[in-house]
Ligand binder design. Structure first.
Ligand code: HDE
Length: 714
């Protein structure tokens, strides 16, 4: 039988399966689940007032009391309903991810805007305007599932594309480089940053001896350390950060020709981060700040969007580039290889159930599709082993691909079977290949359509070694540092000083500074000064002399890539009794027009009576809504109300924090005593906008377009 005829049989079989299911759903299993036939998933009814049942479907008469021998007697073992309920509760938790445990996901789609068939045969890159469903999960790395969102940390940026030819997982971060060059060091890196094994703390923090001990002994991590000490590690929201595939991958076209590629996600909303003092306070005020932000934006229809870009290069470029393109501690500056935008991702649906989707989603770097391939990056090669392994541990069965969030949305036909919780059970007699069952013989391989690995030539001795081409550890760290604005450089210095101030052993602090000397002497001097070191430590001996010729790259700065307007940001309007109703209304209207979310803050959550006599309900009480939760604030007070509030700590902090964090502050004249109490010196300072009447509201918005008033930063 020819291979082609086998394929025809496969297609016929698929058609039969579909018609049996009575649905033209993309996934054969989806149809089965809807039918709810024996042996397949049952759906839990959420209908209002439906009768409560046990897991076995037995109606429950009393869910308040366990079965006892007499009202005051012992509980009986016979109580099958209580035992089932508690048994299930006892097993609710699955192991949290060993890294990236804290995360938040959403559904959406990827739309191809610029097809690239000449680069890749991947089905999702062929037809302009075609949409591919995606699931995207953002995360922090070090903290446990319940840790706060604003930890200083790398953010995971993982996207599962449900393509017509299988799932492609792009499991990236919001930082384009990584700490280590070889997968074998990953457990050490993660152990060092997680709570120390003897004391079980600190949680979700890198400011401790173990982490900096490891970093200072692994010079390859210094480039990434600079990124993590920059504001990239304290993003304002998942919506305002970039994403990177980090490793070099391959794109392979129909003819089998390959190009190297690095993947980029660019947020349409622009880049934005918070400042460290703000991050610390947000963690207290709202530990769910990032997940709430994403959920609220999607819930309100303000769908976040990213462009997918590719940096494509060939072997010649790889040969000439200053660094090894397989070294994941290096990036390729966008000025050297521009990012070509090929499509956009829109996140437009929140999950219905956090556990079902965000917790159970199982990303695997090995999930690639025809037209995309791996490079020999040793970190990527190690990851390809790790992710499948971790999903088995976490989800408990090789059938984790049967869980809807992980299931491909294209036809699946194979002979893999059984195992725990098998939901997709093939029908028919043949469960092996080759077989001679003709039409009932099941699927066949297809050399034309199927995945073929790029036939890169490989030769070499079996060695445990690292290539000398990975030896430069400082040049790109320096390039990153000199690409930052003065404000961003100051933040990096403060972050190093803060983190190292929490390190107890002096030699670790000094060892870190000795590496910084190879990055930038000014940076090392500033950090040493901030730490109060008696002398500047000698520079660490580099494996290879760093280059100081790499030019600054604007693409590496957040502030040089901020948004053009305020869309997607949040305004806090603090009002008191008698506040000017026209101004409040004008602010709310202007916010809506600009795509800004606004919230009313008041001394009482029940609200206050404004100047026109109507009661304005509040969204938040001042004690629960510090200004760190907003991008800019307006204070619209009624006559005489500021004097009392000037003695109120949350009210004073509201303005003094907004001031210290360089936020724009709109205010009405009656609010001036509070500004004085909040240590705001003089009302003619930059970033303070006096609002005399409703028509001035627009002024606050136009002034505040720069997001922060950095002139105030000192
Ligand atoms: Fe991961 N990583 N990682 N990682 N990683 C996991 O898989 C691992 C690395 C990244 O939202 C784990 O499902 C090894 C780089 C993200 O569910 C685990 C190495 C990058 C996520 C794992 C790395 C990442 C993970 C834990 C070094 C950026 C969260 C739970 C060789 C390019 C995905 C899980 C989600 C998750 C292993 C390095 C990104 C254990 C061994 C580099 C975004 O498999």
């Amino acid at each position: 039988m020819s291979r082609n005829s086998k394929d025809t049989i496969g297609n016929k079989r698929e058609a039969r399966v579909k018609s049996k299911q009575g649905t033209n759903s993309a996934s054969p299993y989806e149809g089965k689940m809807r039918e709810g036939r024996g042996g397949e998933t049952h759906q839990i009814s959420t209908a209002h007032n439906a009768t409560l049942t046990s897991q076995q479907g037995v109606p429950v008469a009393d869910d308040q009391n366990s079965l006892k021998a007499g009202k005051r007697g012992p509980t009986l073992m016979e109580d099958h309903l209580m035992r089932e309920k508690i048994f299930h509760f006892d097993h609710e938790r699955i192991p949290e991810r060993v890294v990236h445990a804290r995360g938040y996901g959403a559904r959406g789609y990827f739309e191809l805007t610029d097809p690239v068939p000449e680069l890749s045969r991947a089905d999702l890159f062929q037809r302009k305007g075609e949409k591919t469903p995606v699931f995207c999960r953002f995360s922090t790395v070090a903290g446990s599932k319940g840790s706060p969102d604003l930890a200083r940390d790398v953010r995971g940026f993982a996207v599962k594309f449900y393509t017509n030819e299988g799932n492609w997982d792009l499991v990236g971060n919001n930082i384009p480089v990584f700490f280590i060059q070889d997968a074998i060091k990953f457990p050490d890196l993660i152990h060092s940053v997680k709570p120390a094994p003897d004391r079980g703390f600190p949680q979700a923090q890198s400011a401790h001896d173990n982490f900096w001990d490891f970093i200072s002994l692994m010079p390859e991590s210094i480039h990434m350390a600079l990124w993590v000490m920059s504001d990239r590690a304290i993003p304002r929201s998942f919506r305002f950060m970039e994403g990177f595939g980090v490793h070099t991958f391959r794109l392979v076209n129909k003819k089998g020709k390959s190009h190297f590629v690095k993947f980029h996600w660019k947020p349409k909303q622009g880049l934005q981060s918070v400042v460290w003092d703000e991050a610390v306070k947000i963690n207290g005020a709202d530990p769910d700040f990032h997940r709430r932000d994403l959920w609220a934006a999607i819930d309100s229809g303000d769908y976040p969007e990213w462009e997918l870009g590719v940096q494509v290069f060939d072997d010649d470029f790889a040969e000439d580039f200053e660094f090894d393109i397989l070294d994941p501690t290096k990036l390729i500056p966008e000025e050297q290889v521009p990012v070509r935008k090929v499509g956009r991702m829109v996140l437009n649906e929140n999950v219905d159930n956090f556990f079902a989707e965000t917790e159970q989603v199982a990303f695997c770097t090995q999930n690639i599709v025809p037209g995309i391939d791996f490079s020999n990056d040793p970190l990527l090669q190690g990851r390809n082993f790790s992710y499948l392994d971790t999903q088995l541990k976490r989800l408990g069965s090789p059938n984790f691909t049967h869980i809807p969030v992980n299931a491909p949305r294209c036809p699946i036909r194979h002979f893999q079977q059984d195992g725990h919780m098998a939901m997709q059970n093939p029908t028919g007699r043949a469960n092996y290949e080759p077989n001679s069952w003709g039409e009932d013989g099941g699927p066949r391989e297809n050399p034309d359509k199927g995945f073929v690995s790029y036939d890169a030539s490989v030769e070499g001795e079996k060695v445990r070694a690292r290539s000398e081409s990975f030896d430069d550890h400082y040049s790109q760290a320096r390039q990153f540092y000199i690409s930052q604005t003065a404000i961003e450089q100051r933040h990096i210095v403060s972050a190093f000083a803060f983190e190292l101030s929490k390190v107890e052993r002096m030699e670790i602090r000094e060892r870190v500074v000795s590496h910084l000397r190879n990055v930038d002497k000014g940076l090392a001097t500033e950090v040493a000064k901030a730490l109060g070191l008696a002398r500047l430590p000698k520079a660490a001996k580099p494996a290879r002399k760093p280059l100081d010729s790499l030019p600054a790259s604007d693409a590496l700065s957040i502030l040089k890539n901020g948004p053009d307007d305020f869309a997607g940001r949040k305004l806090g309007i603090y009002i008191t009794e008698g506040g000017d109703a026209a101004i409040v209304e004008a602010l709310e209207k202007a916010a809506k027009k600009k795509g800004v979310m606004s919230e009313i803050v008041a001394p009482y959550v029940a609200g206050v009576t404004l100047s026109d006599g109507h009661v304005k309900q509040a969204d938040q009480m001042i004690n629960g809504a510090p200004s760190v939760l907003y991008d800019f604030v307006a204070i619209v007070f009624g006559d005489g109300t500021a004097a009392d509030l000037a003695a109120d700590k949350p009210s004073r902090d509201f303005v003094s924090d907004a001031w210290a964090h360089c936020k724009f502050i709109g205010y009405t004249q009656p609010a001036e005593p509070l500004l004085d109490a909040g240590d705001i010196i003089g009302t003619d300072c930059p970033g303070l906008v006096k609002i005399g009447a409703g028509k001035d509201a627009a002024k606050l918005f136009s002034e505040a377009e720069g997001l922060r008033c950095w002139e105030r930063f000192s």
